[in-house]
Write a protein that binds this ligand. Sequence first.
Ligand code: SIN
Length: 288
Amino acid sequence: MALKLRPLSYSLGAEVCAIDVSRKMSEHDFGDVYRAFLEHGILLFRDQHITREQHIEFSRRFGELDKHDALPRDRHPDHPEILMVTNEPKLNGAPSDSKYTGRQWHSDMSFTLVPSSGSLLRCITAPPVGGDTMFANMYMAYDALSAGMKKLIAGLHGIHMSGTRKIANSTTGIPRAEEQKRINPPVAQPVVRMHPETGRKALYIGDKVKSFDGMTEEESRPLIEYLVQHATRPEFVYRHQWQANDILVWDNRCTMHCALGDFDETQLRHMERTTVLGTPSGYVVKAA
Ligand code: SIN
């Protein structure tokens, strides 16, 4: 099978055309898909009319799946490999726990000791307009830094938390946020990570980083904000406009992403994600 690829943007991403991910794929054919995933950072598969079981089965080709013990409220009750990202209210009418999932620049599961290698997000219902997701190429972001900045950040570790630095105080008392904090103590991760498969260096930063290990939040903030702003310059990003039955797989080791929330919240946006376990990284730090 020769893969038909269509670039999605200057910086990253490719659509894999004319493919049905629910069909059995030989090792050889999946090898082509996997190489394209490593090369482009994001692959889009459109018009995939698949079941949850098929979503899980296809995801397993990318590696062992996370059962989402770090995010227990958001996983599907019968399929722990599926993380719900939905604004559909609960059966009792209460707001969905996951309605604001991913509304900050991040790389999946960076706040755990096994950050994800890849995520496969399936769009079941997209709002009529908006509900887009932005992605940034963190290889490009790293490569574009000056030699001086590369030297400065080389030994730094960012402390990642399950919530976001930006609204850390306003989540106090919210049961989901409190539970996540309890289960997931802050974890320090290198600010520059070597991709285990491509050998390339990528920036590993985002809005879940509250400080650098050994520095105060006040000291850390300007540099964290600079690096996030730098990494999300227009030439490093791709903005995905979802259609129902899209599946997007991204490499969390060399990209970060942000769900924009640019839609009418009375409209349904229902997504389901599988998360591939990466290689162990980082260390737990004592909460300040
Ligand atoms: C996520 O961060 O995994 C969700 C992204 C999205 O809903 O667009």
